[in-house]
Design a protein around this ligand. Structure first.
Ligand code: BEZ
Length: 212
């Protein structure tokens, strides 16, 4: 069965470009994006790993660590790193797990046999500081992921964890958010949303982003 939202991200020890990683210990108190790619020395993967390296300042701002994975070994990852750095004009500033024995791929369900018996698909797991899986998605080998969307997703998770709101379609940091329908007490509404709110329908109330 695939990993479900709210479950604890399985712990593991696996080799990487930065030596053995004890996953929970490595994650510490940070958020994590764990993402798999199909294969080293392939074009889309090369652009993806470069894109994540360039976003490090954005991940740091949100206390997020990135970690990549494929079923290639650490020597292959290290040789490919040179190509990524040269062609994407960046330094690879996060580890790539070397999952040649598929230990982590199998734990996280990153091999989808109907797509490929041998290669990992493009899985993403967003894991919070309590090691809970908070979001997942899966893309095929042919489609590179939009890492700006992953930042947007993390912004939403972090905001909605600390305020009684949810984020609407296509929301971006700084835009209006939705007040949870469970919040009905007028005094609580006044305290939690001092900037006021607009009632579109009784169940659809919009308020300026509370932490801005
Ligand atoms: C790529 O990263 O370009 C790729 C990897 C596996 C299959 C197809 C494309």
């Amino acid at each position: 069965m695939s990993l479900q939202l709210g479950s604890i991200a399985p712990d593991f020890t696996q080799d990487s470009t930065q030596g053995p990683i004890h996953f929970h210990e490595w994650a510490g108190k940070d958020w994590v994006i764990l993402f798999s790619h199909p294969k080293d020395f392939t074009p889309v993967c090369t652009t993806e790993l470069g894109a994540v390296a360039k976003l490090k300042p954005e991940f740091d701002k949100r206390h997020v660590k990135a970690i990549a994975l494929s079923v290639d070994d650490a020597d292959s990852h290290r040789r490919w790193t040179g190509d990524i750095e040269q062609t994407q004009d960046t330094k690879l500033n996060y580890p790539i797990l070397a999952d040649a024995d598929r230990k982590v791929s199998n734990l996280y369900g990153m091999i989808h046999p109907q797509a490929s018996d041998t290669l990992t698909v493009r899985s993403v797991f967003v894991i919070d500081p309590n090691k809970k899986v908070r979001a997942t998605f899966t893309y095929p080998a042919s489609t590179g992921r939009n890492f700006a969307e992953i930042l947007r997703l993390i912004d939403s998770l972090q905001l909605t964890d600390s305020h009684s709101v949810a984020t609407p379609a296509n929301w971006k940091d700084g835009e209006e958010v939705v007040i949870l329908p469970s919040i009905q007490d007028p005094e609580v509404l006044k305290t939690k949303f001092p900037k006021g709110f607009r009632v579109i329908k009784p169940y659809l109330r919009l308020t300026p982003q509370p932490n801005k």
